[in-house]
Design a protein. Structure first.
Length: 113
């Protein structure tokens, strides 16, 4: 259910930016969403369709690009991604890691008319 307020922000920000640049209609919004964000793309689209009614983004398609999980090893400094759900350094085998990618979500770009 945390998708609802996030989707409200997506609609608000997209509409404001598009209007600021003279757009009449938003046809597509591309989002980057981290694998650890917990956001469900299908839920975002459902809420988006409801919230955007009557705005210039009504009918726009959300395109989601997943951002993979990436971490840095606090032991050896190696930067790596999670493979097969294993959260440990492939170089030194340490589980002392810091997540540096995968929690974020952002509007990447839009297509407008």
């Amino acid at each position: 259910m945390h998708e609802y307020p996030i989707t409200q922000s997506i609609v608000q920000i997209s509409n404001e930016e598009a209007l600021k640049h003279g757009a009449k209609k938003i046809t597509e919004i591309r989002l980057k969403i981290g694998e650890l964000s917990g956001l469900v793309p299908e839920s975002l689209q459902i809420y988006f369709d409801m919230i955007s009614q009557g705005t210039i983004s009504e009918g726009a398609k959300l395109v989601v690009v997943k951002i993979p999980i990436k971490f840095i090893c606090n032991n050896c400094g190696n930067e790596s991604g999670v493979v097969g759900g294993i959260y440990k350094c492939p170089i030194c085998d340490s589980k002392d890691i810091k997540i540096i990618n995968g929690n974020e979500y952002m509007i990447d770009s839009m297509e407008v008319e």
